[in-house]
Design a protein around this ligand. Structure first.
Ligand code: HPA
Length: 234
């Protein structure tokens, strides 16, 4: 038992997929895994373990934002020996070339969060994806004909900004999309010597103001979950 995950070591696989939404963890586990077992209900942050193509995989909700994700990922790394962690999320495009439903594979994640300023006492750390996971994800996405982009994203602490144009500054430096967690995941995995990757589907565009319908969200979600599962066991 850890504080936020109510199960014994051994009940969680070395490979963990990490959606922000706990109901997505349930959807992914029930739709994709064989024999899924729910191992966590503490605070409603559902977690499941099952198998994918014969390999044990867990799917754990993280909640939204770096602070919430950091709680779950810290406990998964420290108390449950997670070694391969793949975030499956959604993001908002901040480039014209990144369209709704595209997949964004994050090579790195900038942030406006203060968490690494605390950790690195004011110095800057550059969190990066695990190269093996990154290159496998890009290879499989290309093979499957997915529209995807590999590059930098922004993990923001704020979904609603006072300045609605604040994303333009990041866009000017080639950042592809904004979400709220990857920078924390990459930092914590690096600290523990574990592998991490963030894969996100584009659910909305800050450039055009469009957003996906719930039906399109689900199709995009299925493609991304299958991609992440295959990357994890490759
Ligand atoms: N901002 C932050 N996180 C997000 C967004 C967004 O526009 N879209 C999906 N996740």
């Amino acid at each position: 038992m850890s504080i936020h995950i109510g199960t014994k070591p051994g009940e969680i696989a070395e490979i963990v997929l990490l959606p922000g939404d706990p109901l997505r963890a349930e959807f992914a586990a029930k739709e994709f895994l064989s024999d899924p077992v729910c191992y966590n209900r503490v605070r409603g942050m559902l977690g499941f373990t099952g198998t994918w193509k014969g390999v044990r995989v867990s799917i754990q909700g993280t909640g939204m934002g770096i602070p919430s994700l950091s709680i779950y990922v810290s406990e998964l790394l420290r108390d449950y020996d997670a070694r391969t962690l793949i975030r499956i999320g959604s993001c908002g495009s901040i480039q014209q070339s990144v369209a709704l439903r595209d997949i964004v594979i994050a090579m790195t994640a900038s942030t406006d969060s203060g968490h690494n300023r605390l950790r690195f006492v004011g110095m800057d750390y550059a969190p990066a994806a695990d190269y093996g996971l990154l290159s496998t994800a890009c290879g499989l996405a290309a093979e499957r004909g997915h529209r995807f982009h590999a590059g930098g994203i922004l993990s923001s602490d704020t979904f609603y900004q006072d300045d609605p144009d604040s994303w333009k500054h990041w866009a000017g430096f080639g950042v592809l999309a904004v979400e709220m967690e990857a920078n924390g995941l990459y930092t914590l995995a690096a600290r523990a010597g574990a592998k991490a990757l963030a894969i996100c589907t584009v659910s909305d565009s800050l450039v055009t103001g469009e957003a996906l319908s719930s039906e399109d969200r689900e199709t995009g979600l299925r493609e991304m979950i299958e991609l992440a599962l295959d990357v994890a066991i490759a």
